[in-house]
Design a protein around this ligand. Structure first.
Ligand code: HEM
Length: 289
């Protein structure tokens, strides 16, 4: 048996390029912060800069964790599930850093931290998501999976969808001006949820390329509508006037286009993979001869 700290090895103890790639991806934000160190240190609020980076990357890795299930089906690469737990725990590490940096920013005045986290809405919501992620990280060991039993463990880990939703609300609430990136993040989350709902409605299994296409167009339209209503309400303008700017690429590419682009890439991958001959496991191929 391989020692459990050797996370770059698979269950059989072999070096796993997939796991090594995941570790490299998880360390990338840390490396980027080191490269940017001088800009961060000479910036107006270095700790706040780091709080933003840690929160942003935690959300990214949470999203990537949620993308594993659809991606392993679309890529026809079941082994991808091997890095799901690692990505989830990685997201928790960044969120642990996010809270620690926040506490440091409050000069380690724990009384003030508790007061803020229980009195400000965006922190109440962020704090709830934080607790949820802590529970998921604490129950992510092989021992905890055995102790809880597969079914109970899976049910508990379904709270990850609510956690991601709370994290997105927290992201929107603390973004003061341009909500383009949070809107794009939210639309990707809707896409990932839609995938699960459609798969569930059709009794599990892979979604057809056509279903993926229809879903991507639907989520894109929903994103345009949601963004127009949101901006309309916030700035007291007609959502139709906001929609009019969808083709004005000089003011930027709207999140509706971005999610459509991402969806179409997935559709293209699925179209190619669905025509690819499947690898038959050797034992079965020999038996069939
Ligand atoms: C007790 C828990 C938490 C606290 C105290 C906290 C605190 C903060 C603070 C102070 C900011 C910056 C606000 C500003 O500059 O005005 C922030 C931003 C952010 N937080 Fe949290 N947060 C918590 C939980 C979470 C969780 C669970 C997530 C996601 C998984 C998250 C994701 C983010 C993101 C994405 C940002 C914005 C980053 C950006 O601007 O790019 N936070 N949070």
């Amino acid at each position: 048996m391989k020692p459990s700290w050797q996370i770059w090895r698979d269950r059989r103890g072999r070096l796993s390029p997939l796991r090594m790639g995941a570790i490299a991806a998880l360390l990338f934000p840390l490396a980027k912060a080191l490269v940017d160190a001088s800009t961060i240190v000479h910036g107006a609020r270095p700790i706040n800069d780091l709080i933003h980076r840690a929160g942003f990357w935690a959300l990214v890795f949470l999203g990537v964790t949620l993308a594993v299930t659809p991606l392993r089906r679309i890529l026809r690469y079941g082994n991808l599930v091997d890095i799901r737990r690692m990505l989830g725990v990685g997201a928790f590490c960044y969120i642990a850093a996010h809270l620690t940096l926040y506490i440091a920013d409050q000069s380690f005045d724990l009384g003030k931290v508790v007061h803020e986290i229980t009195h400000r809405w965006y922190l109440i919501i962020g704090g709830t998501a934080w607790l949820g992620l802590a529970v998921l990280a604490a129950t992510s060991t092989d021992g905890m999976v055995r102790r809880l039993g597969g079914l109970r463990w899976r049910r508990l880990h379904q709270i990850v969808y609510a956690i991601a939703l709370l994290a997105l609300i927290h992201y929107f609430q603390q973004t003061k001006a341009d909500v383009t990136v949070p809107t794009f993040a939210a639309s990707l989350f809707v896409w990932l949820m839609a995938y699960r709902v459609v798969a569930w409605l059709q009794g599990g299994g892979e979604l057809s390329t056509l279903a993926l296409f229809a879903m991507s167009v639907g989520v894109s339209l929903l994103t345009f509508a949601g963004e127009a209503i949101g901006i309309g309400l916030a700035f007291h303008v007609s959502p139709l006037r906001v929609l009019d700017t969808a083709f004005d690429f000089d003011i930027g590419i709207r999140p509706g286009w971005e999610v459509l682009g991402a969806g179409l890439i997935v559709v293209a991958i699925d179209a190619v993979r669905s025509r690819w001959p499947r690898r038959v496991p050797r034992a079965r191929a020999v038996a069939a001869e």
